[in-house]
Design a protein around this ligand. Structure first.
Ligand code: FAD
Length: 310
C-alpha cells in the first residue's frame, strides 16, 4: 500500500506528490490525464516568476519535476470509487474504471474541475482564439477591445466588472429575464458606463474570420428575433463543474459538488485530503492549486507521523 495516493495529475496533484515524495514516504499519483486543465491552455502569464509560458510546456515541466522523485505515476487511470477506511488509521481504497484498485494510508484528492461550455457552433473552433473561460487569466489580452461575458450569475457579473476596467466595452448576455448575481454586484455593474446588459438572450453561435472571434449571435427569447454583436472576445461564465461525481457517497461535498476542506486541506474523512479546483478553495488558478496541493501533501505527512507505529 502507498503512504500517500494522489488522485489527479494537475498542478495541485503534482505539487502534492512532490511534497510527499520529498519526505521519503511511498507516493503514488494516478490521473486520467496528467497535466490537467493546463494542457488546454495556451499563453500563461500569471504563473508568478515565469512571465510567459504555454500550457503544454508547463504540463511537461510539471511531469518532469514529479519524475525527479521516486513517485509511481499511473497515467490514463480514471478513478471511479473511493472507499474510506472502515476505522481511523486503516487503509483507504480507490477503485478505477479499469477494474484495478489501489490502497493507501492517506489519499489526496485533486481531480480539478471543468468549465461548462455553451455547446454552440464556433465555440470549440475559437477556443483560445477569442473564446475564453478565465477572466483572471485572459482578461489583459483584451485590453482596449470589445468582449462579451456569457452568464449573469455571480461569476459572470464579477467577470464583467473585472473586464470593464481593462477592455473597451463589455456586453453581458444572460439567458434568464434577470441576472442572478448578488444585488451588490448588480448595482456595481449598473454603475459602469462601458457595460451593456442583455437579458432573455440565448447565445446561438460564435463567429470568426478563421483566425479569431469576430462576434456572436443571440436569440431574443421575448421577441424570437436574432441579433449579432461584433466583438473580439467572449468569456463563458456559465459554471465551473468540479470532477467529483465519483466522490458523492464517500466524503462531504457542497451542493455545487466542491469537496469541503478546512484551511489544512482536511476533508470530512480522517486521512483523506483534497486540494485545487475540485475543492471549496476560492479562486481557481494554477499558483493557488500548487500552493493548496503542497499544503495537502504536508498535511498528509503530518497525519502519518501521528499514526501509531505498526
Ligand atoms: P486540474 O488542472 O483540473 O487537474 C485535474 C487532474 O485530475 C487531471 O490530471 C485530470 O485528468 C484528473 N482527473 C479528473 N478526474 C479524475 C478521475 N476521476 N480519476 C483520475 N483522475 C482524474 N490558471 C492560471 O493560473 N493561469 C492561466 O492562464 C489559466 N488559464 C486557463 C485557461 C483555460 C482554457 C483553462 C481551462 C484553465 C485555465 N487556468 C489558468 C486555470 C488552471 O488551469 C486551474 O486552476 C488549474 O489547472 C487547477 O489545477 P488542479 O490540479 O486543481 O486541477
Amino acid at each position: 500500500a502507498f503512504d500517500v495516493l494522489v488522485i489527479g495529475g494537475g498542478p495541485a496533484g503534482g505539487a502534492a506528490a512532490i511534497y510527499t515524495a520529498r519526505k521519503g514516504i511511498r507516493t503514488g499519483i494516478a490521473a486520467e490525464r496528467f497535466g490537467g486543465q493546463v494542457l488546454d491552455t495556451m499563453a500563461i502569464e500569471n504563473f508568478i516568476s515565469v512571465p510567459h509560458t504555454e500550457g503544454p510546456k508547463l504540463a511537461a515541466e510539471l511531469e518532469r519535476h514529479v519524475r525527479d522523485y521516486d513517485v509511481d505515476i499511473m497515467n490514463l487511470q480514471r478513478a471511479d470509487k473511493l472507499i474510506p477506511a472502515a476505522s481511523e488509521g486503516g487503509l483507504h481504497e480507490v477503485v478505477f474504471e479499469s477494474g484495478a484498485s489501489l490502497k493507501a494510508r492517506t489519499i489526496i484528492l485533486s481531480t480539478g474541475a471543468r468549465w461548462r461550455q455553451m455547446n454552440v457552433p464556433g465555440e470549440d473552433t475559437y477556443k483560445n482564439k477569442g473564446v475564453a473561460y478565465c477572466p483572471h487569466c485572459d482578461g489583459p489580452l483584451y485590453k482596449g477591445k470589445r468582449v462579451a461575458v456569457i452568464g449573469g450569475g455571480n461569476s459572470g457579473v464579477e467577470a464583467a466588472i473585472d473586464l470593464a476596467g481593462i477592455v473597451a466595452h463589455v456586453t453581458l448576455v444572460e439567458y434568464d429575464s434577470d441576472l442572478r448575481a448578488d444585488a451588490v454586484l448588480q448595482r456595481k455593474l449598473a454603475s459602469l458606463s462601458n457595460v451593456r446588459i442583455i437579458t432573455s438572450a440565448l447565445t446561438t453561435e460564435v463567429h470568426g474570420d478563421g483566425d479569431r472571434v469576430t462576434g456572436l449571435s443571440y436569440r431574443d427569447r421575448n421577441h424570437d428575433t436574432m441579433h449579432q454583436v461584433e466583438l473580439e472576445g467572449i468569456f463563458v461564465q456559465i459554471g465551473l463543474v468540479p470532477n467529483t461525481e465519483w466522490l458523492r457517497d464517500a466524503i462531504a461535498l457542497t451542493p455545487r459538488g466542491e469537496i469541503e476542506i478546512d484551511h489544512r486541506g482536511h476533508t470530512s474523512q480522517p486521512g483523506i485530503f483534497a486540494a485545487g479546483d475540485a475543492t471549496t478553495v476560492p479562486f481557481k488558478q494554477i499558483v493557488i492549486a500548487m500552493g493548496e496541493g503542497s499544503k495537502a501533501g504536508l498535511s498528509a505527512f503530518d497525519y502519518l507521523i501521528r499514526m501509531p507505529a505498526e
